[in-house]
Design a protein around this ligand. Structure first.
Ligand SMILES: Nc1ncnc2c1ncn2[C@@H]1O[C@H](COP(=O)(O)OP(=O)(O)O)[C@@H](O)[C@H]1O
Ligand SMILES: [Mg+2]
Length: 251
């Protein structure tokens, strides 16, 4: 039986990124070629400074590649202008960062519906209902009216996750989303991110140092010195655990 080819949510072909010039030049990405498959959770691991954030930024059009090409869905974003990139990000991408990036003057509900406001409209009744489903599912349904400073770090990151999912984006990037959380809330937040995105068939690229979180991914990509060092599918759990074990011993 032949397999249906997986739909590609994002694609990088021979992408390099060099910061600076001459003696001070840093090659953050070195001819990376990578497909992210729709509906999957891809974990990205690797040492600090290996190029994980740069990879996400180039995928999301937050930074331009020095060479190579990047597409999101069927759109080649390599030569899109800033306005087109901004629109693409607003409508089709979701982000969760280490810093929660919530607007301090807005309530939880205000923060989660911000993507609609930024798109110049109010959420429809259905969209508002969906947002409330998300808040409930994330265990922050009762906190709708609170301001970010009235929430714990873990609760704030749940708000950021709800916001990332609010417009049902094609692709969600989460860059070390639990970097500011204690280990208990980290596990909870990562578990929720994983479960929610699975339930709603979201495509997620997650940068994490947590080997347990990575072991729940469909695929784990290890980056070293701006290049893909290993690319391991979940079906290859043995290899995955070996690599993670080695990483833990090494770090
Ligand atoms: N804006 C920038 N200007 C110059 N160098 C940068 C910039 N962003 C990242 N770098 C360099 O690129 C490399 C990869 O960085 P980064 O992608 O942030 O790594 P990671 O997320 O894996 O820690 C590092 O050497 C870093 O110092
Ligand atoms: Mg980083």
């Amino acid at each position: 039986m032949s397999e249906t080819p997986a739909k590609v949510a994002a694609r990088a072909v021979d992408v390099s990124k060099v910061y600076g010039t001459g003696d001070s030049a840093t090659t953050a990405l070195d001819t990376v070629t990578l497909d992210i498959h729709s509906g999957t959770l891809t974990a990205i691991m690797g040492p600090s400074g290996s190029g994980k954030s740069t990879l996400m930024h180039v995928f999301a059009g937050l930074d331009t590649a020095t060479s190579g090409s990047v597409s999101i869905g069927d759109t080649d974003i390599t030569h899109l202008d800033d306005d087109a990139l901004t629109l693409l990000r607003r409508r089709h991408l979701g982000f969760v960062f280490q810093a929660f990036n919530l607007v301090p003057t807005l309530s939880v509900l205000g923060n989660v519906t911000l993507p609609f406001e930024l798109d110049g409209r109010k959420p429809s009744t259905d969209e508002l209902a969906w947002v409330r489903v998300l808040l409930g599912r994330l265990g922050i349904g009762m906190l709708e009216e609170r301001r970010p400073h009235e929430l714990s770090g873990g609760q704030q990151q749940r708000v950021a996750i709800a916001r990332a999912l609010a417009m049902r984006p094609q692709l969600i990037f989460a860059d070390e989303p639990t970097g500011n959380l204690d280990s208990k809330s980290s596990r909870e937040v990562l578990g929720l991110l994983r479960d929610l995105t699975r339930e709603y068939q979201q495509t997620v690229v997650l940068v994490t140092h947590d080997p347990v979180a990575a072991s729940h991914a469909d695929r784990v990509i290890f980056i070293a010195d701006g290049a893909i060092a290993h690319d391991v599918g979940a079906s290859d759990a043995k290899t995955l655990s070996d690599i993670i074990l080695n990483l833990e011993v090494a770090s």
